[in-house]
Design a protein. Structure first.
Length: 394
């Protein structure tokens, strides 16, 4: 686990109590001598890949018109772009670049299941996406060049926005604060705080660490779907204590209370809400990309044991999400990419290590149970292996 987080002179505890979801924070030199793991050319190359989510946002400064293009892009498209006032956005770079994934570990003073992805933007001078707000927290790390960030005002779904732009842009923008960020500087922006970033130089690259914040609507829909898939069709509304009513059209309080009791019965069922949430919150960002190769030969526990005995290590695969919970009986439930399994209490070190550590070896896989779990995670491509000489370079 990392002990020194990129928060400058304040502690993680101070950040969480004073700033998280409360107010912005500018952190000068958060990453001293920062070396970006992805170059501008590599970012453009990712934007040409079919499986990578990417966007081009172009502003015409003469009439303030905006346009949006979705990737993948041809290399020729980049050669035809104007000299200024455009932005390339590439989502979930941590899914494709191990070094970018490692950068996210620096932000695990927030629970890792809250971390969404690393988006990288490239812009020449004047490039940006306009004044806007997000419904989630974001850290904005300057990787190359300079960007001016303006912040100010609280906004929400009902706030006015431009109807003539393909991206969400606030029509009236009055900045309350303004900062020039240099490489290694970082700005934290809480949810619904208006902000606007403008490239001050060419070759302006900004890393955006975003966090998962499902809406109440998403939570309610997903939980009720989860419950509905587990109950039989015979479980129905019942009213054996029904009484004669003066008005047959009246829905009385007894009926409302019975429906309320149905909802509460599932909320109170031990472990149901907890197991649903663990599976839901670890669902991969791009589940279609996390399907294992059907033609690949599965790794057996015996083969995995040989690999571990030779000093091999296991790493969480890029794009995989791991979390766990501890049950009252002290067993553990391990959640990986939207699925779960129960692990005996005496294997708690394995569960914590596979979720928290950068890599694990044979020291944490000491039983048939953990060996079989690790082999299954390898075969579903939630874990990956590396050769010993490659591991030494990590």
């Amino acid at each position: 686990m990392i002990d020194n987080y990129p928060l400058g002179d304040i502690t993680a505890e101070q950040f969480l109590s004073e700033y998280w979801q409360k107010k912005p924070l500018l952190i000068r030199n958060a990453f001293p001598d920062f070396e970006p793991p992805v170059s501008a050319d590599e970012l453009a190359g990712l934007a040409c890949e079919a499986d990578v989510e990417s966007r081009l946002i172009i502003q015409n400064p003469s009439n303030d018109e905006w346009s949006l293009e979705n990737g993948p892009f041809d290399e020729e498209r980049f050669a035809s772009l104007p000299k200024t006032h455009w932005t390339l956005l590439v989502q979930a770079v941590d899914h494709w670049v191990p070094e970018a994934k490692a950068l996210l570990d620096q932000f695990r003073f927030i629970p890792s299941w809250r971390i969404d992805d690393l988006m990288i933007s490239y812009a020449p001078k004047g490039g940006g996406v306009g004044p806007h707000f997000d419904n989630y927290d974001v850290f904005l790390l300057q990787a190359e060049g300079q960007r001016r960030w303006e912040v100010g005002g609280q906004y929400h779904e009902g706030s006015p926005r431009r109807n003539d732009a393909p991206v969400m842009i606030l029509p009236e923008w009055d900045a309350e604060e303004s900062f020039i960020l240099n490489p290694g500087d970082m700005l934290y922006v809480p949810p619904q705080l208006g902000h606007n970033g403008i490239a001050e130089t060419d070759n302006c690259i900004t890393y955006s660490v975003g966090f998962r914040a499902p809406s109440h609507a998403e939570i309610l829909r997903n939980f009720t779907d989860f419950v509905g898939e587990q109950v039989t069709n015979e479980m129905r509304y019942a009213d054996t204590d029904i009484k004669l009513q003066n008005s047959p059209s009246l829905i009385n309080n007894d009926a409302f209370n019975k429906v309320r009791d149905i909802f509460e019965s599932y909320l109170k069922e031990p472990g149901l809400l907890e197991d649903w949430f663990g599976q839901y919150i670890t669902e991969p960002k791009y589940p279609e990309l996390m399907q294992p190769d059907d033609e690949a030969e599965p790794i057996s526990p015996k083969e995995l044991q040989e690999y571990l005995d030779n000093g091999g290590l296991l790493f969480r695969a890029e794009g995989s999400r791991f979390a766990y919970r501890q049950k009252q009986v002290k067993n553990y439930v391990l959640f990986v990419n939207g699925v779960s399994c129960e692990v005996h209490a005496h294997e708690g070190d394995f569960v914590r290590a596979i979720c928290d550590n950068e890599a694990i070896g044979s020291d944490f896989i000491k039983s048939t149970e953990t060996l079989e779990i690790a082999a299954e995670l390898l075969n579903m491509e939630a874990l990956r292996t590396e050769l010993d000489d490659e591991v030494e370079e990590v």
